[in-house]
Design a protein around this ligand. Structure first.
Ligand code: ATP
Length: 300
């Protein structure tokens, strides 16, 4: 029996490690489909995050050496400001995020966080500095408390309930059969998409990173829950450098800068107001969204 227990035990450990990785990186990064080959450079040091300032300098990248997925991308997100990435499917939005996490090395140019090139710092310290609220949150088969606590395992019970309150999920949890001790996930109670996203927000609030990535849901939530989740999202972005991969333009009108991407290039950039004054792609996307919203409200 002992001979059987030891390998089973270590399998259990690996299983938990793999599951942790999946929860960390979430669906957005399509972890299971990515070849993760990047390792720390020989002289890598810890990333020192002071302000969470992000800079892309003339970044080009191709998944395949024969083609470029991103071409000459430059932007600067100062501390606590918000950058939104918009553009059609396949334009390169998620690739920008994957490069920020250093899932791949850039082909040309560089990415800096607080002035430090991300190639020169340890991958662990880089990823620790960035929180993600993905569009589809993966939950552990564990209690809802653990699922929130995972953001910072040494947080106190009080901090967990505070994060849940800010993420607008505390009251929902209290109504569950065993409150914070209710088992959720694949084999437990299934939460709705919006509730899972709130768990991710609470988790990120506990982690308290200087940089937050929001991957907006493609599927429209009904307006009331959308409005509620917007408050929770605003909480998580407050005083943090934020990059939003946006699908609904109405959520990014207050972004400090919007980049419109097409085929891996920035074709327009500016604030919502300045982009609306141009008769360009952003303006057309906005008009199209208005029409779609109108159609949807007529159908209701
Ligand atoms: P969406 O809005 O659909 O999520 P996106 O703007 O985020 O799209 P990316 O996922 O960054 O687009 O994809 C940019 C391009 O890179 C696309 O042509 C895509 O097919 C390609 N691509 C994405 N991931 C990989 C990969 N792992 N290997 C090869 N090509 C990829």
């Amino acid at each position: 029996v002992l001979q059987l227990c030891v390998p089973l035990n270590s399998f259990g450990k690996y299983y938990i490690t793999i599951q942790n990785c999946i929860v960390d990186l979430e669906n957005m990064l399509d972890l299971l489909h990515e070849k993760v080959e990047i390792v720390d450079n020989k002289d890598a040091t810890e990333l020192k995050v002071i302000n969470g300032d992000i800079e892309f300098q003339n970044v080009s990248f191709g998944y395949d050496p024969r083609g470029e997925t991103l071409k000459n991308i430059s932007f600067h997100v100062p501390s606590a400001k918000t950058l939104a990435l918009v553009g059609p499917s396949g334009s390169g939005k998620s690739t920008i995020i994957r490069l920020l996490f250093r899932f791949y090395n850039v082909t040309h140019g560089s990415i800096l966080i607080d002035g430090q090139c991300i190639n020169d710092v340890t991958i662990k310290s880089l990823r620790r500095a960035i929180g993600v609220v993905p569009q589809d949150t993966v939950l552990f088969n564990d209690t809802i408390k653990y699922n929130i606590l995972y953001g910072r395992l040494n947080a106190t019970e009080c901090e967990v309930t505070e994060a849940a309150t800010q993420a607008d999920i505390h009251k929902i949890i209290l109504k569950l059969p065993s409150g914070y001790e209710t088992k959720v996930g694949e084999r437990g109670l299934k939460l709705s998409g919006g509730e899972k996203q709130r768990v991710a927000i609470a988790r990120t609030l506990l982690k308290a990173p200087k940089i937050v990535i929001l991957d907006e849901a493609t599927s429209a939530l009904d307006t009331q829950s959308e409005r509620n989740i917007q408050n929770a999202l605003n909480q998580v972005c407050q005083n943090r450098t934020t990059v939003i991969v946006a699908h609904r333009l109405s959520t990014i009108v207050h972004a400090d800068e919007i980049l419109v991407l097409k085929n891996g290039e920035i074709i327009e950039r500016g604030t919502h107001q300045s982009l609306m004054q141009q008769d360009g792609v952003y303006n057309a996307m906005w008009q199209q969204q208005l029409q779609m919203d109108e159609l949807a409200s007529n159908e209701q």
